[in-house]
Ligand binder design. Structure first.
Ligand SMILES: Nc1ncnc2c1ncn2[C@@H]1O[C@H](COP(=O)(O)OP(=O)(O)OP(=O)(O)O)[C@@H](O)[C@H]1O
Ligand SMILES: [Mg+2]
Length: 305
């Protein structure tokens, strides 16, 4: 098997624009500043995982316009790009994020080819040649096809719909995917939505569908729920908090780095916290990624490695 992780999800360009205030319709406004950054859940995850030494295949659809600097950055960190697939005539997923000084935000998203559910080709290499298939953001109908192939081949499936759980899933699609899942990830709001879909009242209720449920709790850390009980994972303090976006993807990268090296769930959670603690220290989601040695150094305070 060539890789440990097959990471399905978005690879996107984010344009972050800061404004004094958000403009009303039919008015114009000057920007205070802007920056362009590499993003998308699968882009973030695969780069963070690769930096930790996890052999990772990135599976995603972009446009013919996919920027070469992003491709180079992924390649330099060792991500397997066989399944990073440009679609003819499509534009790369792009987000324009506007925020003002009061903390209000507006986002405009071009899904590019990622909005297709059924016509997209199966990216086989990221299922066949991996041990763990991570299904992140993207269309459920497509991921049901991926999950079927993964199940046939006896691959481990992790399911992480992220914020898309709130607007692209139906109870039926969600349940279908969760039934194939070994590791389900979500933050608190996403777990509430998952419980609503399945009509269960507790996080333990989700364990009837998936054996391990990982709930991230922002600066309060995380919890790993299993059928044998709940493991509380502390957060790992960061030297400063500059930008918390991407903490979730970073946590997953650390968690998988632990799994790939055979650590137990508690160690995996602590590694997740550790990697996230680096990512929040700088603006952007891929600008401050630790190596395995750096991640372990911070994690060691909480468990022996
Ligand atoms: N301020 C912080 N300091 C240290 N660690 C943090 C902080 N915020 C988040 N983390 C770590 O990152 C993990 C994931 O964060 P969180 O629960 O906010 O994910 P999320 O809501 O999916 O975020 P996003 O989608 O923006 O990446 C947490 O479990 C925690 O370990
Ligand atoms: Mg998230």
């Amino acid at each position: 098997m060539r890789n440990y992780l097959g990471a399905f999800g978005h690879v996107a360009i984010d344009h972050i624009v800061t404004l004094r205030r958000l403009p009303r319709p039919n008015t114009s406004i000057e920007i205070l500043g802007r920056r362009r950054s590499f993003g998308g859940t699968a882009g973030n995850l695969s780069r963070a995982a690769a930096c930790l030494g996890v052999k990772t295949s990135l599976a995603s659809f972009v446009g013919e316009d996919f920027p070469s600097d992003y491709r180079k950055a992924l390649r330099k960190d060792g991500v397997d790009l066989t399944d990073l697939r440009p679609i003819r005539g499509a534009t790369t997923p792009t987000a324009w994020i506007f925020s003002d000084s009061a903390g209000n935000q507006m986002a405009i998203i071009d899904q590019g080819p990622m909005k297709e559910g059924v016509r997209l080709p199966i990216l086989r290499h990221s299922v066949v040649d991996v041990e763990l298939v991570h299904l992140g953001t993207g269309r459920p109908q497509y991921y049901i096809r991926i999950a079927r192939l993964a199940a046939e081949l006896d691959r481990t499936i992790a399911f992480d719909p992220s914020q898309e759980i709130h607007y692209v899933y139906t109870p039926r699609l969600f349940r279908t995917l969760l039934r194939h899942t070994a590791y389900f990830f979500g933050n608190e709001a996403e777990i509430i939505q998952a419980k609503r879909f399945l009509r269960v009242t507790s996080t333990e209720g989700l364990l009837r569908f998936a054996p391990v449920v990982i709930v991230t709790l922002g600066s309060r850390g995380s919890a790993v729920h299993t059928r044998d009980g709940k493991i509380r994972i502390p957060r790992v303090p960061s030297t400063r908090v500059a930008d918390v976006t991407g903490a979730g993807d970073a946590y997953r990268a650390g968690f998988y780095a632990g799994l790939s090296r055979g650590f137990d769930l508690r160690h995996c959670g602590i590694l997740g916290s550790s990697v996230a603690s680096f990512v929040v220290e700088a603006q952007g989601t891929q600008t401050h990624l630790p190596t395995w040695t750096q991640a372990v150094q911070r994690a060691r305070k909480y468990a022996p490695f």
